[in-house]
Design a protein around this ligand. Sequence first.
Ligand code: UT7
Length: 328
Amino acid sequence: MKRPFAELSGTGSYAPPRVMTNDEFSKILDTSDQWIRERTGIRERRVSSKDESNACMGKAAALQVLEQNGLTPLDVDAIVYATASPDRLLPSAACDLQAILGAKNAAAFDVGAACSGFVYALNVAEGLIASEQGERVLVVAAEKLTSIMDWTDRTTAVLFGDGAGATLVRRSAGARGILASYMKSDGTLAELLYRPGGGAAHPPSEELLKDHSYYIKMAGREVFKAAVLSMADACDHALQRAGLAAGDVDLLIPHQANIRIIEATAKHAGVPMDKVYVNVDRFGNTSAASIAIALDEAVKTGRLVPGMTVMFVAFGAGFTWASMVVKW
Ligand code: UT7
């Protein structure tokens, strides 16, 4: 087995205290708890308040990671921030976090890979260490999706939630760390899951607010099919690159978009569901943050303990997809 170059050290997460149930959605949209549970596995999600910005949630998760590592914000060499819902379009969410954290010695930038963002960001962090840009790279994945989803569209509104997760990537001291990873994209399918307006091509206008093109649009069924195929592809490649078989995986942490996608991915990968971490029922789809939040929960509840082999697999807008095998 390859000796890992970089390891993930410490985990943190933040979930807004406000829990919104499916029944609450059925009061404002033509939907039902039964439909949402059966089609997605979601029972509830977290909704951030005005005071819980994307960067504030990221900060809460990041501070836990620094504390576990006995570090202060001044020890951070770089912040790699994965998000599809930054507090503003310029500058980056990473710079917002750098400021409120007081990480005065850190480079800071965002990774835009939607729901695959956390796994992409871990790869970038490993690369920064390999190119000797730093030794302690804070990887934060945070989303405030409830601010950019269309609350009048039942086909998307019921799916998303808010939250943040974080970890620190540093040079591996031993057998722990990243064993293999894989990243892929297909931008020709971008318009199956996107925000049509609000960027430089379609700057904010009255029209854009009226036609709701500022919000996330998704062709659910097509995205579902692509997600299942892509996550299967990603599992195969990561295992192959790590020189491992499905039976070597102690825990699979997939992107939490839909329980049916998670089950199909686990089946393809040959990992039984009792080795799959699921929290989509409690958080819905938190895009880039989903694997980071699940990872922190898995660690804090003892589902993931040192010595285990964990595999992350993600799929999202872009399309992007990615996977990573880590010796914990
Ligand atoms: O995060 C990464 C990317 N995102 C994903 O991976 C999500 C991928 N897609 C999905 O998870 C699923 O496609 C959805 C959960 C979005 C939809 O489930 P589906 O089984 O694919 O349903 P559908 O889109 O085929 O819609 C079936 C029916 C439609 O009605 P008709 O046309 O059959 O009359 C929809 O209008 O369900 C209707 N529908 C709803 N009904 C009640 C759609 N949303 C709702 C809703 N409540 N919230």
